[in-house]
Ligand binder design. Structure first.
Ligand SMILES: NC(=O)c1ccc[n+]([C@@H]2O[C@H](COP(=O)([O-])OP(=O)(O)OC[C@H]3O[C@@H](n4cnc5c(N)ncnc54)[C@H](O)[C@@H]3O)[C@@H](O)[C@H]2O)c1
Length: 448
């Protein structure tokens, strides 16, 4: 199939390259000419494991990037819109979606033949049919349903593991205004015959995406709330959740292994453990957007509000663990700026709240991240010290605060030699027994 993808961010570029990898002909479009040039030279503008190799494998064969949206739409049968949908002051900001839809509509005005336009960005329910579709009709002078199809195809990939996620999806959701649109969208995913494909309406597709993200965000905030309480009553939240997650509704016993009692153990303990809060470009903005959208429809959503409230508070919980034990001006090393390991994305990372707060409290802060130090510098300027080597960053620190669970930080105990700084674990990633002076979210001050 020939398709164009508008936007070459995490979703647009990964989707475009992976869809070319499975056999489609793909043109990725961006308004950022530098990005387009880099991509066409085989340089990925984002850090994602496996992406550079896939990109070089398809570049100039079945894949290229361009700033010429009209030409890309004219030479393809399907367009995916994968531009950003940040949270504005009070609601989702659809400016990028609206301008991309307008440009696609204008291109459709001069294109012969049927074309499908599908929104891949995360947008609140109703957006595809009440915002994108009218813009496409107005800009093209054509009729949706007759001259072109309109759909919604949410993306579930996770940054850091975006390539394997895209190539092995849990499900594919194809929301279309009619069967013809859904058929074209389903054709795109023919190379994924093992995956459940849900055919539905655009609004349901939009709601599935928000509900999936909101459920995960809510579960994380729930674990964090229980973590804060566990520590206060003197128990370790890790032990608590280990007991809870063995419930067969979370860890089903495999049918064919029932005799041995073998279970599917979802990575709940690590994924849904307690910590200093969720970040990234999706969970915070998506839960806020859904809550705001509910409010606009006169629906109260106390659970979503609660999930956000707990998350707002969690970075402060980690700062408090340090501030209660180490007086300023002490030297504090913060490990990790990316919102999670495997990515250089720092959007809404808890580190962005923790570091300025430590600086404000008068600490001398050193920051380390294996790949996101440039991004860190953009955020913190000259208020902190940046150290490229993890081993150098921890030397002489009075306290070490772990915010991102990069695998190399597992070596922290080995690298500390005889030093015994306070180690504050914001991800419950380290073994408390390895440290003389350990504190962590959900870890009791005086463990039994
Ligand atoms: N990042 C994720 O992990 C993830 C996962 C699932 C869904 N999503 C959703 O996918 C969407 C895209 O997210 P992202 O992280 O890839 O965004 P991003 O900010 O990384 O990338 C957006 C890209 O779109 C380009 N762009 C903006 N307007 C344009 C236009 N009119 N024409 C062409 N290009 C344009 C920008 O230059 C940028 O390169 C969002 O709605 C997001 O919520 C993101």
């Amino acid at each position: 199939m020939k398709l164009s993808v508008i936007g070459t961010g995490y979703v647009g570029l990964v989707s475009g390259v992976c869809l070319a990898h499975v056999g489609h002909e793909v043109q990725c479009v961006d308004i950022d000419a530098d990005k387009v040039d880099r991509i066409n030279l085989g340089n990925c503008p984002i850090h994602e494991d496996g992406l550079p190799k896939l990109l070089t494998g398809v570049l100039d064969l079945r894949f290229n990037a361009t700033t010429d949206l009209t030409a890309a739409v004219h030479s393809t049968d399907l367009t995916l819109i994968a531009v950003g949908t940040p949270f504005g002051e009070e609601r989702i900001d659809l400016a990028q979606i609206e301008s991309a839809a307008r440009a696609v509509g204008e291109a459709l005005a001069t294109k012969d033949g049927y074309h499908v336009v599908a929104v891949k960005s995360t947008v609140v329910p109703g957006t595809t049919e009440t915002v994108v579709l009218p813009i496409l009709e107005e800009a093209s002078g054509k009729k949706a349903g007759a001259d072109f199809g309109v759909g919604m195809n949410p993306e579930f990939l996770r940054e850091g593991v975006a390539v394997p996620d895209f190539l092995n999806p849990d499900r594919i959701v194809v929301g279309g205004i009619d069967e013809r649109t859904r058929d074209v969208m389903a054709e795109l995913y023919k190379p994924f015959p093992q995956t459940d494909l849900i055919r539905t309406t655009p609004s349901t597709a939009e709601m599935i995406k928000y509900t999936a993200n909101s459920l995960l965000a809510t579960l994380i905030s729930f674990s964090n709330e229980i973590g804060n309480m566990s520590a206060a009553v003197g128990v370790d939240v890790t032990d608590v959740l280990a007991g809870v997650h063995l419930d067969h509704r979370f860890a089903p016993i495999l049918e064919h292994r029932a005799e041995k009692g073998e279970r599917i153990r979802p990575a709940m303990l690590t994924y849904l453990g307690a910590g200093c809060g969720f970040g990234g470009s999706c969970f915070p903005k998506d839960v806020k957007a859904l809550a705001a959208h509910a409010k606009a429809h006169g629906v109260d959503v106390p659970v979503l509000r609660g999930a956000l409230e707990v998350n707002e508070h969690q970075p402060e919980e980690l700062v408090k663990l340090v501030a209660d034990r180490v007086d300023a001006p002490a030297r504090i090393t913060v490990l990790g700026v990316a919102f999670k390991p495997g990515t250089d994305d720092v959007r809404e990372s808890p580190t962005l709240r923790i570091v300025p707060r430590l600086v404000e409290l008068g600490y001398d802060v050193t920051v380390h991240d294996p790949i996101a130090l440039d991004e860190a510098e953009e955020q913190f300027g000259d208020t902190v010290t940046y150290v490229e080597e993890f081993v150098d960053a921890i030397k002489g620190a009075d306290a070490i605060v772990l915010v991102t669970s990069w695998p190399e930080y597992r070596l922290l105990a080995e690298e500390l030699d005889d030093a015994t700084p306070l180690v504050a674990d914001g991800r419950r990633f380290l073994d408390p027994d390895d440290y003389a002076n350990y504190v962590g979210i959900g870890y009791p001050a005086d463990p039994a």
